[in-house]
Design a protein around this ligand. Structure first.
Ligand SMILES: [Zn+2]
Length: 334
């Protein structure tokens, strides 16, 4: 059952507006269902629970567990604002059913990953996707479109179910917009607006969107994500241009940068599960650790670049446990 507890952090930050809105919506849906169907006891019971929850919001007691001094986990309240007991109070059967839901979510998420070891024209891509729990808040995608190859790596704020749901919304948005062949900044701006409109106000995502052309040209837009590492002619460097994360402001400006890759050059993208991996003393792997790990002249295969990166993380971590989702995406031009 440890997986379940990992999924839910108890976070008492004020989300009153979000809860009030979601309860209000449930209330009006119930009202109209009762008006259309007559008085159904189950509907009346639900309406009473919604009103009780709204009253608790007014009295500042919303989210308190009804069986102990603790609080109902925030993630669970976001999914179901009528939840009245903390995880510790659930029966074994209830926990099992929750566990089954998580396994299903995990299988669905694995199905959303791109093809491994993909070749497209002169480009090759590969990735490693390691959720900390059953599901990840990282988003990794590689999407061929004509001669071009789009690639995306993102990290949604938070962990667990709420983050994974936002991750799948992002994926749906990109897969709908990419066939429109928009300018990269325009694509990012539209994605951002859709995300602002559709996600709770406290959720955002850092993300890199790139387009690789047949001739080796790369276009990259970085929305607040860690700088990718370019391995060019045996030299390594960070592509240090960034911006604001997605989902924060409806009108966020994005800028696009172009780089030309030659045969044998590669690009490495990663989430903070790599650079923030800690050793037994709590020291982070960091960008320096990553630079040292991917020592070498060049990488014919993206998988060999990823292997070096992961070997470095694992050596640094030693016996320390993992603390975050980890994703690495590599591209090579040949
Ligand atoms: Zn409790």
């Amino acid at each position: 059952m440890q997986a379940i507890e990992q999924m839910y952090e108890t976070d008492l930050s004020s989300l009153d507006v979000v809860f009030r809105e979601s309860l209000g919506e449930r209330r009006s849906k119930l009202k109209s269902a009762i008006a259309e169907n007559g008085s159904i006891p189950e509907f009346n019971d639900l309406l009473m629970q919604v009103d009780t929850a709204l009253a608790k919001l007014d009295h500042g007691t919303f989210g308190k567990c009804e069986r102990c001094d603790g609080f109902v986990e925030t993630d669970r309240l976001l999914a179901d604002p009528l939840a009245r007991f903390c995880l510790g109070e659930l029966t074994d059967a209830e926990k099992r059913s929750l566990e089954n839901d998580l396994q299903l979510a995990s299988a669905i998420q694995r199905g959303l990953l791109p093809q491994m070891s993909l070749g497209h024209g002169s480009w090759k891509s590969d990735f490693v996707y390691e959720p900390l729990g059953p599901v990840s808040g990282d988003y990794c995608d590689v999407i061929p479109a004509g001669d071009d190859l789009y690639f995306i790596l993102g990290d949604v704020s938070g962990k667990g179910m709420a983050a994974s749901l936002l991750m799948s919304s992002l994926r749906a948005i990109f897969h709908s917009l990419i066939p429109l062949d928009l300018e990269l900044c325009d694509l990012m701006s539209r994605t951002n607006r859709l995300l602002v409109d559709s996600s709770p106000s406290n959720q955002f995502a850092t993300l890199i969107l790139g387009k690789a052309s047949r001739d080796g040209e790369l276009e990259i837009v970085n929305a607040g994500h860690l700088p990718p590492i370019l391995v060019k002619n045996g030299m390594k460097g960070e592509l240090n241009f960034s911006g604001l994360p997605l989902g924060m402001f409806a009108e966020t400006p994005f800028s696009m940068n172009k780089i030309k890759l030659n045969q044998g050059d590669s690009l490495l993208l990663f989430t903070d599960g790599v650079t923030e991996a800690v050793d037994e003393n709590g020291a982070e792997f960091g960008a320096k650790g990553l630079f040292d790990a991917i020592d070498g002249d060049g990488f014919a295969e993206p998988s060999s670049l990823i292997r070096k990166c992961l070997a470095g993380v694992s050596a640094h971590r030693g016996n320390a446990g993992r603390t975050d989702d980890l994703t690495v995406l590599a591209l090579t031009f040949s």
